[in-house]
Design a protein. Structure first.
Length: 229
Protein backbone atom coordinates (compact mmCIF):
# COMPACT_ATOMS: atom_id res chain seq x y z
CA UNK A 1 0.00 0.00 0.00
CA UNK A 2 1.16 3.52 -0.81
CA UNK A 3 1.86 5.83 2.08
CA UNK A 4 0.42 9.34 2.14
CA UNK A 5 3.93 10.76 1.73
CA UNK A 6 4.56 8.68 -1.36
CA UNK A 7 1.27 9.68 -2.99
CA UNK A 8 1.81 13.35 -2.08
CA UNK A 9 5.19 13.28 -3.82
CA UNK A 10 3.75 11.56 -6.87
CA UNK A 11 0.90 14.03 -7.03
CA UNK A 12 3.16 17.09 -6.73
CA UNK A 13 5.44 15.75 -9.50
CA UNK A 14 2.39 15.14 -11.71
CA UNK A 15 1.13 18.67 -11.10
CA UNK A 16 4.55 20.14 -11.96
CA UNK A 17 4.59 18.03 -15.12
CA UNK A 18 1.10 19.16 -16.15
CA UNK A 19 1.94 22.82 -15.55
CA UNK A 20 5.13 22.40 -17.58
CA UNK A 21 3.18 20.82 -20.45
CA UNK A 22 0.58 23.57 -20.40
CA UNK A 23 3.29 26.17 -20.87
CA UNK A 24 5.36 24.24 -23.41
CA UNK A 25 8.19 23.56 -21.00
CA UNK A 26 10.19 20.48 -20.20
CA UNK A 27 9.54 18.83 -16.83
CA UNK A 28 13.27 18.15 -16.54
CA UNK A 29 14.00 21.87 -16.37
CA UNK A 30 12.18 22.22 -13.06
CA UNK A 31 13.87 21.17 -9.85
CA UNK A 32 11.67 20.17 -6.94
CA UNK A 33 13.15 21.33 -3.63
CA UNK A 34 11.28 19.66 -0.77
CA UNK A 35 11.08 22.07 2.14
CA UNK A 36 11.67 20.24 5.39
CA UNK A 37 11.18 22.82 8.13
CA UNK A 38 9.56 21.01 11.07
CA UNK A 39 9.96 17.67 9.28
CA UNK A 40 11.94 15.08 11.28
CA UNK A 41 14.95 13.33 9.71
CA UNK A 42 13.25 9.94 9.50
CA UNK A 43 10.52 11.43 7.30
CA UNK A 44 13.13 13.11 5.10
CA UNK A 45 14.80 9.71 4.77
CA UNK A 46 11.50 8.26 3.54
CA UNK A 47 11.08 11.06 1.01
CA UNK A 48 14.59 10.28 -0.22
CA UNK A 49 13.63 6.62 -0.60
CA UNK A 50 10.69 7.75 -2.72
CA UNK A 51 13.11 9.48 -5.05
CA UNK A 52 13.53 13.08 -3.86
CA UNK A 53 17.12 14.35 -3.78
CA UNK A 54 16.87 18.12 -3.15
CA UNK A 55 15.81 19.41 0.26
CA UNK A 56 15.53 22.93 1.63
CA UNK A 57 15.78 24.26 5.19
CA UNK A 58 15.23 27.77 6.43
CA UNK A 59 17.11 27.56 9.72
CA UNK A 60 20.87 27.12 9.82
CA UNK A 61 21.12 25.05 12.99
CA UNK A 62 18.27 22.75 12.04
CA UNK A 63 19.89 22.25 8.66
CA UNK A 64 23.15 21.29 10.28
CA UNK A 65 21.49 18.79 12.60
CA UNK A 66 19.58 17.13 9.77
CA UNK A 67 22.65 17.11 7.59
CA UNK A 68 24.54 15.20 10.29
CA UNK A 69 21.77 12.65 10.71
CA UNK A 70 21.32 12.07 7.00
CA UNK A 71 24.94 12.24 5.88
CA UNK A 72 24.83 8.69 4.56
CA UNK A 73 22.36 9.75 1.83
CA UNK A 74 23.23 11.74 -1.27
CA UNK A 75 21.07 14.74 -0.38
CA UNK A 76 21.53 18.08 -2.13
CA UNK A 77 20.78 20.75 0.48
CA UNK A 78 19.41 24.24 -0.14
CA UNK A 79 19.36 27.04 2.40
CA UNK A 80 16.20 29.09 1.84
CA UNK A 81 15.75 31.14 5.02
CA UNK A 82 16.68 34.52 6.39
CA UNK A 83 20.43 34.81 6.70
CA UNK A 84 22.10 35.72 9.97
CA UNK A 85 25.75 36.47 9.31
CA UNK A 86 26.88 34.63 12.44
CA UNK A 87 25.21 31.42 11.16
CA UNK A 88 26.65 31.50 7.66
CA UNK A 89 29.47 29.20 8.73
CA UNK A 90 26.92 26.48 9.51
CA UNK A 91 25.36 26.24 6.09
CA UNK A 92 28.12 27.13 3.64
CA UNK A 93 29.94 23.79 4.03
CA UNK A 94 26.66 21.90 3.53
CA UNK A 95 24.62 23.71 0.90
CA UNK A 96 24.68 23.49 -2.86
CA UNK A 97 22.51 26.63 -3.12
CA UNK A 98 21.66 29.57 -0.88
CA UNK A 99 18.36 31.03 -2.16
CA UNK A 100 17.89 34.04 0.03
CA UNK A 101 20.80 36.44 -0.38
CA UNK A 102 20.14 40.15 -0.63
CA UNK A 103 22.49 42.10 1.64
CA UNK A 104 26.09 42.82 0.83
CA UNK A 105 27.31 41.80 4.29
CA UNK A 106 25.76 38.36 3.74
CA UNK A 107 27.58 38.01 0.44
CA UNK A 108 30.86 39.09 2.07
CA UNK A 109 30.51 36.52 4.83
CA UNK A 110 29.42 33.71 2.49
CA UNK A 111 32.35 34.44 0.19
CA UNK A 112 34.78 34.50 3.11
CA UNK A 113 33.54 31.19 4.53
CA UNK A 114 33.40 29.54 1.11
CA UNK A 115 36.94 30.74 0.37
CA UNK A 116 38.23 29.08 3.53
CA UNK A 117 37.06 25.68 2.35
CA UNK A 118 37.99 26.22 -1.28
CA UNK A 119 34.42 26.44 -2.49
CA UNK A 120 32.49 28.69 -4.83
CA UNK A 121 29.06 29.04 -3.20
CA UNK A 122 26.11 29.15 -5.58
CA UNK A 123 23.57 31.74 -4.48
CA UNK A 124 20.33 33.32 -5.66
CA UNK A 125 19.26 36.91 -5.04
CA UNK A 126 16.01 37.25 -3.14
CA UNK A 127 13.76 39.81 -4.77
CA UNK A 128 10.71 41.34 -3.15
CA UNK A 129 8.70 41.61 -6.37
CA UNK A 130 5.41 41.83 -4.54
CA UNK A 131 6.51 44.93 -2.66
CA UNK A 132 5.46 43.72 0.76
CA UNK A 133 6.90 45.87 3.52
CA UNK A 134 7.63 43.01 5.89
CA UNK A 135 9.27 40.73 3.34
CA UNK A 136 12.97 40.22 2.77
CA UNK A 137 14.60 40.92 -0.56
CA UNK A 138 15.74 43.68 -2.88
CA UNK A 139 13.45 45.78 -4.99
CA UNK A 140 13.60 44.62 -8.62
CA UNK A 141 15.27 47.88 -9.69
CA UNK A 142 18.05 47.38 -7.12
CA UNK A 143 19.24 43.97 -8.31
CA UNK A 144 21.52 45.03 -11.16
CA UNK A 145 23.51 47.48 -9.00
CA UNK A 146 23.70 44.89 -6.25
CA UNK A 147 25.22 42.35 -8.61
CA UNK A 148 27.75 44.90 -9.86
CA UNK A 149 28.70 45.79 -6.30
CA UNK A 150 29.14 42.11 -5.43
CA UNK A 151 31.53 41.34 -8.28
CA UNK A 152 34.42 41.68 -5.85
CA UNK A 153 33.38 38.61 -3.88
CA UNK A 154 35.21 35.85 -5.66
CA UNK A 155 33.86 32.83 -3.80
CA UNK A 156 30.20 33.31 -4.62
CA UNK A 157 28.46 32.76 -7.91
CA UNK A 158 25.05 34.28 -8.53
CA UNK A 159 22.97 31.66 -10.32
CA UNK A 160 19.61 33.40 -10.39
CA UNK A 161 16.72 35.02 -8.55
CA UNK A 162 14.30 33.92 -5.87
CA UNK A 163 10.99 35.29 -4.63
CA UNK A 164 8.23 34.42 -2.19
CA UNK A 165 4.66 35.35 -3.03
CA UNK A 166 2.16 36.35 -0.35
CA UNK A 167 -0.49 33.76 0.48
CA UNK A 168 -3.64 34.35 -1.57
CA UNK A 169 -6.81 32.29 -2.04
CA UNK A 170 -6.45 32.29 -5.79
CA UNK A 171 -2.85 31.90 -7.02
CA UNK A 172 -3.75 33.66 -10.28
CA UNK A 173 -3.50 36.85 -8.23
CA UNK A 174 0.27 36.43 -7.88
CA UNK A 175 1.00 35.44 -11.47
CA UNK A 176 2.07 39.00 -12.35
CA UNK A 177 4.86 38.87 -9.75
CA UNK A 178 6.28 35.61 -11.08
CA UNK A 179 6.17 37.06 -14.58
CA UNK A 180 7.96 40.16 -13.38
CA UNK A 181 10.74 38.08 -11.82
CA UNK A 182 11.12 36.14 -15.06
CA UNK A 183 11.38 39.38 -17.04
CA UNK A 184 14.03 40.64 -14.64
CA UNK A 185 15.93 37.35 -15.06
CA UNK A 186 15.73 37.66 -18.85
CA UNK A 187 17.12 41.18 -18.65
CA UNK A 188 19.95 40.31 -16.25
CA UNK A 189 20.87 37.21 -18.22
CA UNK A 190 22.05 39.47 -21.03
CA UNK A 191 24.22 41.64 -18.78
CA UNK A 192 27.79 40.76 -17.91
CA UNK A 193 28.89 40.23 -14.32
CA UNK A 194 32.18 38.69 -13.26
CA UNK A 195 30.58 36.24 -10.88
CA UNK A 196 27.02 35.81 -12.12
CA UNK A 197 25.10 33.90 -14.75
CA UNK A 198 21.54 34.71 -13.89
CA UNK A 199 19.46 31.80 -15.15
CA UNK A 200 17.60 30.15 -12.26
CA UNK A 201 14.18 31.25 -11.04
CA UNK A 202 13.35 29.92 -7.58
CA UNK A 203 9.65 30.62 -7.18
CA UNK A 204 6.48 28.72 -6.31
CA UNK A 205 5.40 27.10 -3.04
CA UNK A 206 2.56 24.67 -2.17
CA UNK A 207 -0.14 27.22 -2.82
CA UNK A 208 1.10 28.66 -6.09
CA UNK A 209 3.71 26.40 -7.71
CA UNK A 210 1.69 25.59 -10.83
CA UNK A 211 1.36 29.26 -11.71
CA UNK A 212 5.07 29.74 -10.97
CA UNK A 213 6.00 26.85 -13.29
CA UNK A 214 3.80 28.30 -16.03
CA UNK A 215 5.70 31.57 -15.61
CA UNK A 216 9.11 29.93 -15.87
CA UNK A 217 10.19 28.67 -12.43
CA UNK A 218 13.28 26.45 -12.62
CA UNK A 219 13.14 25.60 -8.90
CA UNK A 220 10.00 25.21 -6.83
CA UNK A 221 10.19 25.09 -3.03
CA UNK A 222 7.40 22.89 -1.70
CA UNK A 223 6.75 21.88 1.90
CA UNK A 224 3.12 21.46 2.94
CA UNK A 225 1.89 19.72 -0.22
CA UNK A 226 4.52 17.02 0.30
CA UNK A 227 4.73 16.61 4.07
CA UNK A 228 1.17 17.34 5.22
CA UNK A 229 -0.37 14.53 7.23
C1 LIG B 1 8.28 27.25 4.16
C2 LIG B 1 8.87 27.75 2.94
C3 LIG B 1 8.50 27.23 1.68
C4 LIG B 1 7.47 26.14 1.51
O1 LIG B 1 6.20 26.58 1.82
P1 LIG B 1 4.91 25.62 1.67
O2 LIG B 1 3.79 26.57 1.58
O3 LIG B 1 4.89 24.77 2.88
O4 LIG B 1 5.10 24.82 0.43
C5 LIG B 1 9.13 27.76 0.56
N1 LIG B 1 10.05 28.74 0.65
C6 LIG B 1 10.43 29.26 1.83
C7 LIG B 1 11.44 30.34 1.86
C8 LIG B 1 9.84 28.80 3.00
O5 LIG B 1 10.22 29.32 4.18
Amino acid sequence: MKTLLESNIKRVLERINKAAERSGRNFKDILLVAVTKNVPPEVIRKAYEYGLRNFGENRAQELRKKYEELKDLGITWHFIGRIQTNKVRYFVPICEYVHSVWREEEVAEISKRAGRIGKIQRVLVEVNVFGEETKAGLKPEEVEDFLKKCEKYENVFFEGLMTMAPYVENPEEVRWGFRKLRELRDYLMKRYFKNAGIKELSMGMSNDFEVAVEEGATMVRIGTAIFRR
